[in-house]
Write a protein that binds this ligand. Sequence first.
Ligand SMILES: Nc1ncnc2c1ncn2[C@@H]1O[C@H](COP(=O)(O)OP(=O)(O)O)[C@@H](O)[C@H]1O
Ligand SMILES: [Mg+2]
Length: 310
Amino acid sequence: MDNPIVLQNVSKLFTHPMKIWQKVEAVSNLSITIRKGEITGIVGHNGAGKTTTLKMIMGFIRPTSGTISLFGKEAGSPEALQHIGFLPEHPYFYSHLTAWEILTYFGSLSGMSSKNLATAKERVLKKVGLYNDKDRPLRTFSKGMLQRIGIAQAIIHDPELIILDEPMSGLDPAGRREVKELILELKKQGKSVVLSSHILSDIEILSDRILVLTKGKVESWGTLKEIIPTSSVQWIFSFDVPDSEKDALFAEIKDIKMDGAQLSIVKQSKQEMNETIKDILSRGYDVYSAGPVYPTLEEIVFEKKEVNNA
Ligand SMILES: Nc1ncnc2c1ncn2[C@@H]1O[C@H](COP(=O)(O)OP(=O)(O)O)[C@@H](O)[C@H]1O
Ligand SMILES: [Mg+2]
């Protein structure tokens, strides 16, 4: 009941837009539980089924089969919707309205009283850093500012769950950073956030749990550590050796890397790393740091692709 979103065996078939006798399976047998207070990232290439999944969660479209519940309520029901804020993939705002006016519009749509709305508008505009621009028409806003207004409208009614479809797309690095910081800020307040992206690195840093979709199917689901194959984790330690002894050590032990003044060795398993550390210590040298190196999400998905295509 406490879990904000539970999807069970959810599939969505569309009729092919050109060949009406063909079906497109946009989402295939998806079962995941999204947990309270976490950031969940949905990642996949264009056409992977991210937007379709989010639209079904919002209740804009219905699954062909399977069930979706939000806070124990049916997706799309008014009881479910009042807990959710949503930023669509391509939000459209009336460009002649000011930031203040557009939030009045969205706030009234979610049934807020004018008194609550006035304080809520001030609160969210400050949060997204646009309070000083509140009287400017949106047509004078940069893409990053528009995206922040999009997030402001999604959180105006203080929802428990915020769903953001490609919130970082089309933004420059500064804009991406701003949006990421905002998302982390929402999490700090105890909100649950679901966001989609086709850019793995954006999702990777933010998300507690990640869903990787490939052509509508679940490629991986879990924490970053869970979805990384243990075989792709490497183990690294760094150590120091007096300059006069370096050449001799380099000749004796291969795979030593120079990282500035420090030396390091990468091993494929923890055991191999520990054995090499013992060797280094027995020679009287200092070891500074040791631990696993996880591949990036980009590398995992890329590696899997190579295996699949082999
Ligand atoms: N209304 C629709 N009618 C037919 N096919 C659709 C419709 N919406 C999405 N699709 C198809 O479903 C697949 C998944 O699309 P989408 O969920 O938008 O992917 P993503 O958001 O990951 O890029 C794509 O093949 C897309 O062409
Ligand atoms: Mg999409």
